[in-house]
Write a protein that binds this ligand. Structure first.
Ligand code: S3P
Length: 206
């Protein structure tokens, strides 16, 4: 407090104040290209933190009752994106803090980018196109990488490089943390995710 006769009057700037925690669940979100390791890493991080793991592709398949590939062939990419968007909205609204691996293309939609950013820390697992290509192989289960995708002549590696180029700025825009995963095992990536977002292992939600 400000006494008399001391010459200066300091306001109590040293008073410790905790940042108020948001009332709604803060999720931890992993974004990035196909083959970046989002699902594998999210599973490890979720186990570390004692949180549920949610994968948007798995949720889409459960809700639609068909695989991602089937959805692309019956309803086209537009139909798949619509389903993905409604699933993402539902998942983000869940009240238990989760670790969510987000399908690689969900960031194409500006509204979904905003929703992701508002839902907790967003970690971009960034990989070079050659790393992605090595990991996805022939692209099985990834309709954008196989015949029937945008360009059948380019092959999975070519498609990955092109799509990566189209999306980099969007991942960048949505991410609060970036991790270069090329030379890291999934376990090492998971460790970096946990320390980057400042959550202690086995923290339980309050
Ligand atoms: C897509 C990524 C896939 C899946 C679909 C489209 C994309 O998910 O949602 O094949 O546009 O990048 P993963 O990122 O989990 O492979």
């Amino acid at each position: 407090s400000c006494g008399t006769g001391t010459g200066t009057c300091r306001r109590s700037t040293t008073r410790r104040r905790r940042q108020p925690r948001p009332a709604v669940a803060e999720h931890l979100l992993l974004v990035g290209m196909m083959g970046a390791g989002k699902s594998t890493v999210a599973q490890l991080v979720a186990a570390r933190l004692g949180r549920p793991h949610i994968d948007t592709d798995v949720e889409v398949e459960r809700v639609a009752g068909s695989t991602v590939s089937e959805l692309f062939s019956t309803r086209g990419e537009t139909g798949f994106r619509a389903q993905e968007s409604s699933v993402l909205t539902e998942v983000l609204a869940r009240s238990v803090p989760a670790v969510i691996s987000v399908g690689g293309g969900a960031i194409l939609d500006p509204a979904q980018r905003s929703a992701l950013r508002a839902s907790g820390p967003v970690v971009w697992l960034r990989a070079r196109p050659d790393t992605l290509a090595r990991r996805v192989g022939r692209g099985a289960g990834r309709p954008l990488l196989v015949a029937g995708g945008a360009d059948t002549s380019e092959g999975p590696a070519g498609a990955l490089a092109r799509i990566d180029g189209e999306r980099r700025a969007l991942y960048e825009e949505v991410a609060s943390v970036v991790i270069d995963v090329d030379d890291l095992t999934p376990g090492a990536v998971a460790e970096r995710v946990v320390s980057a977002v400042g959550l202690s292992p086995h923290e339980h939600s309050r």
